[in-house]
Design a protein around this ligand. Structure first.
Ligand code: SAM
Ligand code: DTB
Ligand code: SF4
Length: 333
């Protein structure tokens, strides 16, 4: 058992065999076990509400085969350059008014470059942070120095997904390596920024790949503070456009295993909710999911609208989680 400061009481020495034994449990047994872990470590019934904004859409030089924003695929995505500070702050205010506590800005970049666009993003981070929201960015790869600049500007979290297992990575993306991904996560961690890293299921990967990704995440020196679990949204024009949709049981298995391995982490039911019924989503919450993206768009694809999510929260008796930033303030009072 690891007993370093932040990981106290949490394990990062899981073996593949142990993870397999959890993942392959009969699904109802798995849900019960995950629900128990959830109850011990999380405030049940509380769900973190996050909103996404694509601040720079499309034209990306990478070849991620799931992504509508890769320039080489013809997906008809609405390509635009970096939004203005005004446009971003207006969207952030709307998200805040809608009950979001985290605002995540995504850019279709391979990596951050030290140029005027990065300076503008730093200003956006400052502006959104000043509004009292937890600011998150997902901008591709960052080096140590860029991570520090983001931290200084007030960045709370950085999203950088592993997406799949190390073994499967080159079947999905060839323009960078798994090691590149891990290096960025490390740079973000060193800068003292909260780490958000997870993946996608439904890419054509095997169960062993899903287990492999969970193994990498749960054996990092410190678990990511959030782990998004995305169901592939197949987009016309991408190489994965004809992939069959994942079932709710596959999502549940992934979420429940993540919850058991990383009890203190926020597990986010991310892309794919548009096609899920409230009953399906309820199973995911039962299995340990406690964060979602709200607002009618993710980055480029649809998401349930505000009213549908409000009705779901009411029906299931869920309450929006308050901001981690507020908790820090409370603790100081
Ligand atoms: N360019 C940056 C990067 O790759 O880290 C940030 C933006 S990228 C769109 C963020 C994440 O969105 C990806 O890592 C992937 O997990 C997810 N994503 C992209 N397209 C998706 C799709 N069609 N279905 C589900 N998730 C998707
Ligand atoms: C994450 O894991 N999922 C979000 C967020 N992090 C950046 C993105 C989902 C994108 C789904 C496809 C789209 O809307 O373009
Ligand atoms: Fe570019 Fe990110 Fe999409 Fe890959 S996932 S093509 S890096 S925007």
């Amino acid at each position: 058992m690891t007993q370093n400061g932040q990981n106290a009481g949490l394990r990062n020495d899981w073996s593949l065999e142990e993870i397999k034994a959890i993942y392959y449990k009969p699904v109802l047994e798995l849900i019960v076990e995950a629900a128990n872990v959830h109850k011990q470590h999380q405030a049940t019934g509380e769900v973190q509400v996050c909103t996404l904004l694509s601040v720079k859409t499309g034209g990306c030089p990478e070849d991620c085969s799931y992504c509508p924003q890769a320039a080489r695929f013809h997906t008809g995505v609405d390509v635009h350059k970096l939004l203005s500070q005004d446009q971003v702050l207006t969207a952030a205010q709307r998200a805040k008014d809608g009950g979001s506590t985290r605002f995540c800005m995504g850019a279709a970049w391979r990596e951050v470059r030290d140029n005027r666009d990065f300076d503008k993003v730093l200003d956006m981070v400052k502006g959104v942070n000043d509004m009292g929201l937890e600011v998150c960015c997902t901008l591709g790869m960052v080096n140590e120095y860029q991570a520090e600049k983001l931290k200084e500007a007030g960045l709370y979290a950085y999203n950088h997904n592993l997406d799949t297992s190390e073994e499967n990575y080159s079947n999905i993306i060839t323009t960078r390596t798994y090691g590149d991904r891990l290096d960025t996560i490390d740079n973000v961690r060193k800068a003292g920024i909260s780490v958000c890293s997870g993946g996608i299921i439904g890419l054509g990967e095997t169960d062993e790949d899903r287990i492999g990704m969970l193994y990498t995440l749960s054996t990092l020196v410190q678990h990511p503070e959030s782990v998004p679990v995305n169901a592939l949204v197949p987009v016309k024009g991408t190489p994965l456009e004809n992939q069959p949709l994942v079932t709710v049981w596959e999502m549940v298995r992934m979420i429940a295993t993540a919850r058991i391995l990383m009890p203190k982490t926020m597990v986010r039911l991310s892309a794919g909710r548009e096609r899920m019924s409230v009953t399906d989503q309820a199973l995911c919450f039962l299995a340990g999911a406690n964060s979602i993206f709200t607002g009618e768009k993710l980055l480029t694809t649809p998401n349930p609208d505000f009213d549908a999510d409000k009705a779901m929260f009411d029906l299931l008796g869920l309450t929006p989680r308050k901001s981690f930033k507020e908790e820090v303030v409370d603790a100081r009072c």
